[in-house]
Design a protein around this ligand. Structure first.
Ligand code: MN
Length: 502
């Protein structure tokens, strides 16, 4: 993935000088062992380093300052092995800009009931030390994740791992740049939003570029580069006969490759992590970019169609969260419904732009007419998406705040769709179609989503906590009445909590 930050988590243990140097050395050694064990676990996506044993307000402030200025520190795990009076933490936590996870664990798993003495008790005090820490976090209204259990417990490690993925996506967003080719699809509301508020809240910037700048890059692509990419397509995909060398549409495939190479050049030269297109602004392009967008998404670029920059950014974040996981994440749109009394289903797709990382089998590379856009027939990858549990997520701008909406769904193997020349996914919603769609619509969720088999609801919840934004989840336990009440409650909470800074 291009521009993926190198990341590490700092493990910081809290204590004080009440115990003397011997126990403090033991605390530091134990902390290093935990960080090492976590770091080498296959459930943990990247490195956790034991940073320091903090025992005074100055030490705590110092590590928080260092974390803020470190390019690689994606977040901190805090743990109070012994008692660490938490007024000592106020100055440090007041300036800390990085996300943190409060790990409520204990070095010893089992109590040695027969031998336990006061030395043991004093060395294993997280049971009350972490409560003192939790109070100050709550008193300071700090968003954080609390994970409870022994550090060797696989469930504990998975929860830490999920948060680390969210923390890295947040790290990736800071200073990230997204390019919009053209503007929004005219008159569409949900894909609009406040780019200033977004940059203040999320740390990434979105700026527009006239399509002519992209066309210049596309026109500058060499035939030799196109030869190589078309040969690569033939290895990775099953080509429709008309697109093969000597086929009557082979030139259209070459033009598709030209778009991909031009887009890549533009994005990489500008250091962009994602982009949008719109079919209403394609002056100078012969085809709507389909194949190009699909291949760029597969390489980790965020994408939103019709100028949908919030979905482009969200897709990039979810690509980073899912990094190294096997099942895939894509731009998606709720397209059409199967409303049979035997079961309601959603057919998700787009005009062209669905990411091949979610394909169940090798995609076919095809060419077909496109009803809208008024351009030459575009080349595109056609495939069925995988079956299995997935999440669809939408980020919307409510004017005074952002809301992340997540629906847990179960994708099924699509029926045969011989006349549908686009990639597609078919899913059933949790808890059921009618409840899920009513909740989604009441929450204001978009028709565009970022759709993933790898990114879990827990990761998205952690991400929303880090961002300090509202999250609403529609899952197997959702009840419409409670959901509506939560939306009303959230209106009040977020209005008050953000004050003038929204
Ligand atoms: Mn769309």
């Amino acid at each position: 993935m291009k521009l993926l930050p190198s990341s590490e988590i700092w493990f910081v243990t809290g204590s004080q000088h009440l115990y003397g140097p011997g126990p403090l050395k033991q605390v530091a050694d134990n902390s290093a062992k935990i960080a090492e064990a976590l770091s080498t676990s296959k459930r943990i996506p990247y490195k956790i380093v034991f940073k320091t044993l903090a025992t005074t307000p100055d030490e705590i402030l110092k590590v928080c300052e260092e974390a803020n200025s470190s390019a690689t520190c994606a977040g901190l795990v805090l743990w109070m092995h012994t008692f660490s009076p938490s007024k000592m933490w106020i100055r440090g936590l007041s300036i800390l800009k990085k996300p943190f996870l409060h790990l409520h664990t204990q070095f010893n798993r089992d109590l040695p009931w027969g031998e336990i003495d006061m030395d043991f008790m004093n060395l294993n005090q997280a049971a009350h030390g972490d409560r003192e820490a939790g109070f100050i976090h709550t008193r300071m209204r700090l968003g954080r994740k609390v994970v409870v259990g022994h550090w060797s417990d696989p469930e504990v490690q998975d929860r830490i791992g999920a948060w680390m993925r969210a923390a890295r996506a947040w790290q990736d967003w800071q200073g990230a740049k997204f390019a919009r080719f053209g503007d929004n699809m005219r008159q569409v509301a949900v894909t609009e939003g406040d780019k200033v508020a977004t940059e203040m809240k999320f740390g990434f910037s979105t700026n527009g570029y006239g399509i002519g700048y992209l066309v210049a890059k596309i026109d500058a692509v060499t035939d030799k580069a196109i030869d190589a990419l078309v040969a690569d397509y033939a290895k990775r995909f099953t080509l429709a006969p008309a697109l093969r060398k000597g086929g009557k549409e082979h030139d259209a495939l070459r033009y598709g490759a030209r778009i991909e190479l031009g887009m890549r050049a533009f994005l990489d030269e500008g250091g962009f992590k994602g982009f949008t297109t719109t079919f209403e602004d394609l002056v100078g392009l012969r085809q709507l970019p389909g194949l190009a967008v699909q291949n760029l998404m597969a390489d980790g670029y965020g994408f939103g169609a019709e100028g949908d920059w919030k979905t482009a950014a969200l897709l990039r974040a979810m690509k980073v969260m899912g990094e190294g996981l096997p099942k895939g994440t894509s731009f998606m749109e709720d397209y059409t419904y199967h409303l049979s009394p035997k079961g309601h289903q959603v057919l998700g797709s787009h005009m062209l732009e669905v990411c091949p990382t979610i394909a169940a089998a090798k995609p076919t590379l095809e060419i077909h007419p496109l009803g809208i856009g008024g351009k030459d027939d575009p080349v595109r990858l056609v495939f069925d998406a995988k079956a299995g549990a997935a999440r669809a997520a939408s980020l919307i701008d409510l004017g005074n705040r952002f809301r992340l909406i997540v629906n847990e769904v179960d994708a099924i193997k699509p029926p045969k769709l011989p006349n549908l020349p686009v990639a597609r996914a078919v899913w059933e919603c949790r808890p059921d179609f009618k409840t899920a769609c009513a909740c989604w619509i009441l929450a204001g969720g978009a028709h565009h989503t970022s759709y993933s088999y790898d990114v879990t609801t827990e990761m998205l919840e952690d991400f929303a906590t880090i961002a300090g934004i509202e999250l609403v989840t529609i899952d197997a336990d959702t009840k419409l009445g409670e959901f509506k009440q939560n939306l009303r409650n959230n209106e009040v909470y977020y209005h008050l909590s953000q004050g003038f800074r929204a």
